[in-house]
Design a protein around this ligand. Sequence first.
Ligand SMILES: NC(=O)c1ccc[n+]([C@@H]2O[C@H](COP(=O)([O-])OP(=O)(O)OC[C@H]3O[C@@H](n4cnc5c(N)ncnc54)[C@H](O)[C@@H]3O)[C@@H](O)[C@H]2O)c1
Length: 259
Amino acid sequence: MLDLTGKNALVTGIANNRSIAWGIAQQLHKAGANIGISYLPDEKGKMEKKVAELVEPLNPSVFVPLNVQDDAQIQSAFETVGDKWGRIDILIHCLAFANRDDLTGGFVETSRSGFATALDISTYSLVKLCGAAKPLMTEGGSIVTLTYLGGVRVIPNYNVMGIAKAGLEMSVRYLAAELGPQKIRVNGISAGPIRTLASSAVGGILDMIHHVEAVAPLRRTVTQTEVGNTAAFLCSDLSSGMTGQILYVDAGYEILGMA
Ligand SMILES: NC(=O)c1ccc[n+]([C@@H]2O[C@H](COP(=O)([O-])OP(=O)(O)OC[C@H]3O[C@@H](n4cnc5c(N)ncnc54)[C@H](O)[C@@H]3O)[C@@H](O)[C@H]2O)c1
């Protein structure tokens, strides 16, 4: 029943084979979607090469640079999508950033610029990308973003990223309300802690993973593939009645009152 054949899906946020976005892209591809990939460009072109090699088995029909802090690059990425596909059905927003200094120690020490950077890349980018995708979602669509429990409860060291995720989750609701009449659904997945490049910047992440493995109802944390499976569900007609929701894929950790 989970069939994404004929759907055009743009996946952002792949940096390496540990990226949650990589787990999502593989599951969307397995479900039959036509895949487009964006990567964060750097001066030496290292990321482009690395991501291109990784995603080759998915035969992406779109491969574009996309730094979400660069409006011209966003415009050009979606122009390419429009030229190649004519229409987009699925957008995966799977990216975030905060300075390492702001992910350890005192929250009151967060700098003005660090706060602005974290919210610009991790939160505002969803709004901006939805705006860019909207005119191309001519047959409706599904947009999925990634969030974390630290946007709802206090998690040690998550600090400014918790504020960014709280804003992201509320953005999901405002976007869902506004885009719903155009049959565009917007949902979020709140994933349990997974070892990735981004999570390694959060102070004490390994302790957090071990803690979840010890106390979560399923006595483990989750994999990129499990998050990918839920993303595929949210992008498919199986979830056609859902929008504006945050789904927890966290081995049940969120339900605990005494963790
Ligand atoms: N790993 C976890 O434990 C966990 C848990 C819950 C939610 N998440 C969320 O999942 C998402 C993906 O993170 P991940 O853990 O897979 O780590 P990751 O490091 O693999 O992915 C983060 C991505 O963000 C991209 N990025 C950073 N700045 C960017 C910019 N300016 N423009 C475009 N892209 C940019 C990076 O290139 C990278 O691909 C993030 O939103 C993260 O907060 C992660």
